[in-house]
Write a new protein. Structure first.
Ligand code: ATP
Length: 210
């Protein structure tokens, strides 16, 4: 079992406002005391027992952390540090301050074709990088694509949330039912073996939305 830093995260970071939340995680802005650099702290609730339906299993948290540790790309979030206490694991992530692509799109009547291609190119660059490392994201959607700065004419995007991401091992069949219904590939729904191509279905749906 991987162990994470057992020290209190508050000793090293000032924890600030909430940036977003998911099923079992809350993400807050934070500032590293030693450097003044801002990050996003993702507080993931640990599952207390095997039978419990609340919280995330140790195995799933370690998978997310191990995948995050491996990645370094301009269009993908990076991991800075990991802490844990009895109830939570805290991921210190690069801060992406411009909000979700989901909200950016919701505020606009429509995008121009040029704007849509600008976003799509970056999404594809990020996905190509992940796939070159045999990593399938399995939860690509506008809520998991964030803008670095929404006020500039050509916002840079970052892919976030590696909670469902898996390394695809060609020797082993991997099946699972998960993801977000509107974006999920047919092979997921049909409980068929999954691979990198499942992400491309989601990219197709995102392209349509853009
Ligand atoms: P879900 O249960 O939907 O899969 P989750 O619990 O895995 O979500 P994330 O999707 O990683 O949590 O984060 C929840 C929300 O927090 C995101 O949708 C986003 O709004 C915000 N968020 C996550 N990471 C960052 C970041 N690095 N910088 C800024 N905001 C972030």
């Amino acid at each position: 079992m991987t162990t994470f830093k057992q020290e209190n995260v508050d000793e090293y970071y000032d924890i600030g406002e909430e940036l977003g939340s998911g099923h079992f995680a809350v993400v807050r802005k934070c500032r590293e005391k030693s450097t003044g650099t801002e990050f996003a702290a993702k507080f993931i609730k640990k599952r207390r027992s095997k039978s419990s339906k609340r919280g995330v299993s140790r195995e799933d948290i370690e998978r997310e952390v191990n995948i995050l540790k491996e990645i370094q790309h301009p269009n993908v979030i990076t991991l800075h540090d990991v802490f844990e206490n009895k109830a939570e694991v805290v991921l210190i992530l690069e801060l992406v301050a411009g909000g979700e692509l989901f909200d950016f799109l919701a505020e606009k009547e429509s995008l121009t074709e040029e704007q849509a291609t600008m976003f799509l190119k970056q999404i594809l660059d990020g996905v190509l990088y992940l796939h070159s490392k045999q990593i399938a994201h399995f939860d690509l959607k506008p809520e998991n694509i964030m803008l670095l700065n929404r006020t500039v004419p050509h916002p840079r995007i970052k892919l976030i949330d590696f909670g469902l991401a898996h390394k695809i091992d060609f020797g082993n069949e991997f099946k699972n039912i998960f993801g977000t219904p509107e974006f999920v590939a047919p092979e997921v729904v049909n409980y068929e073996p999954l691979g990198l191509a499942a992400d491309m279905w989601s990219v197709g749906v995102i392209t349509y939305i853009l």
